[in-house]
Design a protein around this ligand. Sequence first.
Ligand code: FAD
Length: 382
Amino acid sequence: MTGRFSARAAAVADVAARYADEVDRDERPPVEAVMAMKEQRLLSLSVPTEYGGEGASMRELSEIATTVGAADANAGMVFAMHHSQALPLWRHGSRAGVRSTIAKVVSEEWLLGSATTERGIGGDARRSSCALEYPSPGRVRLVKDAPVVSYGEVADAILVTGRLNADAPSSDQRMLICAKGDYTLEKTAVWHGLGLRGTASDSFIITAETAEDMLLDDPYGTISAHTALPAAHLLWASVWLGIASSAADEARSTVRRQARATVGYPPPGQLRLAELMVGLQTLADSVRHSAERFDEAGLDASVLGSISFALAMNSVKISSANALVDLVLQALRIVGIAGYRTDTPQSLSRQLRDALAAQIQISNDRLLTNDAPLSLLAKVEL
Ligand SMILES: Cc1cc2nc3c(=O)[nH]c(=O)nc-3n(C[C@H](O)[C@H](O)[C@H](O)COP(=O)(O)OP(=O)(O)OC[C@H]3O[C@@H](n4cnc5c(N)ncnc54)[C@H](O)[C@@H]3O)c2cc1C
């Protein structure tokens, strides 16, 4: 990675790599890497300079997510999920409570989590059954049964979706910032994932009461389409690129060792490595180009709300998630038994298990179902 944030991203990646196996083994959040992100001021990067941040572009965030994700996908995911929540604050919020949350992200490097998924609704983040209540003028209350809240216990604030009020349809949602001190978490299940074990994606009943000015301005449908969904898909895909590149690095080291041992006879893995590099380059080009597409759209609602933009942002998620598992398996075939074992320095166990989350972290089928009617209306932008 090059660019203005490369040294700070590398410093965080160093810490993340050091604790990656421990985080995975103990199923705990990557707290050392999160602390390093705060020290390196990586959590306020996406806030524009006029609010005190550094105005990082999606392309820049994507590169950092890949660098950290290659060291430890858990830490990469925390970075990715945080910025998917930080971007909507200034792009869709203007009230005093939202502004003061942005100020906390900048001054104290607040870590933001999210609770969009809801028990009984599955992965359809565009519907809620819980509803906002207004117990007294200027106050708002929300109780949500959230089955997956990553790093919920270490977040400084959680952005929670709910219906506008008890009479609103399930799709008429708003997004509420629940800052620490304004909510309680009742843990209903502990996260024991096959991979991404350090995301600590436990289940909680969240009970929050706060000021009404902690609501973002726009309906969640707009926030999701214009910012939260594209940011999540792009930054998750950037982390997945990191996972794939770390597996490819292991494969390359293996083939180099084999080549040194069989001078004059190129090892068969060399051809497979070349094949793996084609897939990795294709994934990298797709992820970075898609990030630039988001940057080019800026705040232009006519682009962000267009069918072709929606299809493109789903496309990068679906294609990256599909490519990732194949790439890690290609690397595993090259590395061989040392990669398959879980107790070797060459083990690809963590990368493979982490990669398996990609297709279900918002089910690819759910996205394709959403794409299906849109595909009748728009051509792919070439
Ligand atoms: C590591 C990780 C971290 C996460 N962190 C968070 C977090 O911090 N906050 C949060 O809110 N969520 C989080 N999630 C949840 C995530 O956002 C998805 O909601 C969740 O992975 C989907 O769960 P599901 O498989 O039960 O849901 P579903 O989407 O219901 O999918 C289950 C199956 O049903 C099928 N299906 C059901 N209904 C439909 C339909 N209408 N159209 C098409 N297919 C359908 C799907 O294809 C799939 O096969 C996280 C998930 C993971 C894996």
